[in-house]
Design a binder for this molecule. Structure first.
Ligand code: NAD
Length: 473
């Protein structure tokens, strides 16, 4: 794969700046690839191409767009080994998780969008009118590094199926897997200009995308601060805006008569230690009943031993390195901050040195107060805050006392857990060991976002409604 080009208007072209951004393997601290440092000129070319391709693409019958997407999916699946390899290299996520979640789950999501596309209510009849859903137009997709393929798939597949054209700007830290998608669109014979890839920095390519007059919508996933900046800029030309942002998600354990907390601890750890804690939905605040705290603390330490850290190419490892030196430093600073603020370190702590890779072991703070920085800020690393609560009202108060509202979980007797879940301000709440439906809506309350991804809800985001009043003569 030639990573040194951009994909614009169906062609692999050099970036206008002639400059590149290096991509580092965080497990080895080795630069192994580089991509063009795109700029406003590249965005302008891509926007013109996407705008030109729009009328024909949106006029194509849905069945034909689906047929092309089926072809894309077949090619996308055939790239599996390369995608696993490149994701491990650019992100450092461990093999088993990379295979199942970072890569294979994206086939499931793509399939789900293909199957649901014909079910999106595109036309609705009323007494005097008919409403039609139409594509929004040219979509600028800006994505983060933590799920390099997943966050892209959640945007580009529904956007394209709904008849929009796309310009993708993946994260500058993990841009490489997106090249395989561009390659698959090319091999699947998507018309030129329908999908475009422009790599680069947020302040350059992201900026240019969110202010370009031919871009009709910005679909952004990333930090809340980045989303606010992009959203403000996009609003200057009243673009559609969809924002999937950060989280500081609570996981509430209700008292168990048996005093055995193995199951909820596993659920919480599988979330906060997944992808080395670099998951927007991570259960980073564990709310425990005050009088069960010591019992739970002992079980936390014991079970944490199962979460091994090491070389991400080792098939048995659970946590690889964190994704970059920047992440390593940021997480380390938060661990130091937690100690300074008086939280008690139950496990882990400051990492030793990043010489052999950006590794950080699972870290658990207990006796955390919800107004501490480590309980309020998204650390985005394998750092869990254990916060004791007095009763259910107190648990709800603590759960909601953050600016975010992306995800939550409640473990306990089902009816009680559901009642508590209804009181938590979050777009998703998991009850006990429930898995999620791929078609369920995903997105945040409060400062965790605007809009929804996933299923029919995620497809509707990429449409706008027109009402025709047609009952008269
Ligand atoms: P980030 O905000 O730094 O960057 C995200 C993307 O936006 C990147 O492509 C970046 O280049 C671009 N960008 C950043 N600042 C920009 C600006 N001012 N103008 C235009 N573009 C800009 O986020 P990140 O560090 O890549 O990702 C981690 C964050 O993403 C975390 O906060 C995490 O919670 C969030 N996230 C949210 C979801 C979700 O679905 N809610 C999913 C994954 C990650």
């Amino acid at each position: 794969m030639d990573f040194e080009k951009l994909y614009i208007d169906g062609q692999w072209v050099p970036g206008a700046s002639g400059q590149f951004i290096e991509v580092e393997n965080p497990a080895e601290r080795r630069i192994f690839a580089r991509v063009p440092r795109g700029n406003a000129e590249d965005v302008d070319k891509a926007a013109k191409a996407a705008h030109k391709a729009l009328p024909a693409w949106s006029a194509l019958p849905l069945a034909q767009r689906i047929a092309l997407m089926e072809k894309f999916l077949t090619i996308f699946k055939s790239q599996e080994d390369d995608l696993i390899d490149i994701t491990i290299k650019e992100l450092g996520s461990p093999y088993s998780f990379t295979k199942s979640s970072q890569v294979e789950y994206q086939y499931v999501r793509t399939r789900s969008y293909i199957d649901l596309a014909p079910k999106v209510p595109m036309v609705e009849k009323m007494a005097c009118s008919t409403t039609y859903r139409e594509p929004v137009g040219v979509i600028g997709c800006i994505t983060p590094w933590n799920y390099p393929l997943g966050q892209v798939i959640q945007k580009i597949i529904p956007a394209l199926l709904m008849g929009n054209t796309v310009i993708l700007k993946p994260s500058q830290h993990t841009p490489l897997s997106s090249y395989y998608l561009a390659d698959a669109f090319e091999k699947a014979d998507f018309p030129k200009g329908v999908f475009n890839l422009v790599t680069g920095r947020g302040g350059e390519v992201g900026d240019a995308l969110s202010s370009h007059p031919l871009v009709d919508m910005i679909s952004f996933t990333g930090s809340t601060s980045g989303g606010i900046t992009v959203g403000k800029r996009a609003l200057e030309s009243v673009k559609h805006i969809s924002l999937e942002l950060g989280g500081k998600s609570p996981y509430v354990i209700l008292p168990a008569a048996s005093h055995d907390y193995t199951d909820p601890i596993h659920i919480c750890f599988n979330s906060i230690f997944l992808n080395s804690g670099q998951t927007c939905t991570a259960f980073s605040r564990l709310l425990v009943p005050e009088n069960e705290k010591e019992t739970i603390e002992k079980q936390l330490v014991k079970i944490a031993a199962e979460y091994t850290v090491g070389d991400p190419t080792d098939h048995t490892v659970k946590l690889g390195p964190v994704s970059s030196l920047q992440q390593y430093k940021k997480i380390s600073e938060y661990i130091q901050k937690g100690m300074d603020e008086g939280a008690r370190l139950l496990l882990g702590g400051l990492p030793q040195s990043p010489d052999k890779g950006y590794y950080i072991a699972p870290t658990i703070f207990t006796d955390v107060k919800n107004d501490m920085t480590i309980a309020q800020d998204e650390i985005f690393g394998p750092v869990l805050c254990v916060i004791p609560y007095k009763d259910e009202d107190d648990a709800v108060r603590i759960a909601n006392d953050v600016r975010y509202g992306l995800n939550a979980g409640v473990f306990g007797p089902k009816e009680k857990a559901i009642a508590l879940a209804h009181r938590i301000q979050a777009g998703n709440v998991y009850i006990n060991a429930s898995p999620r439906d791929t078609e369920a809506p995903f997105g945040g309350y409060k400062e965790s976002g605007l809009g929804r991804e996933g299923g029919i809800y995620g497809m509707i985001e990429f449409t706008q409604q027109k009402a025709l009043f047609d009952s008269g003569k």
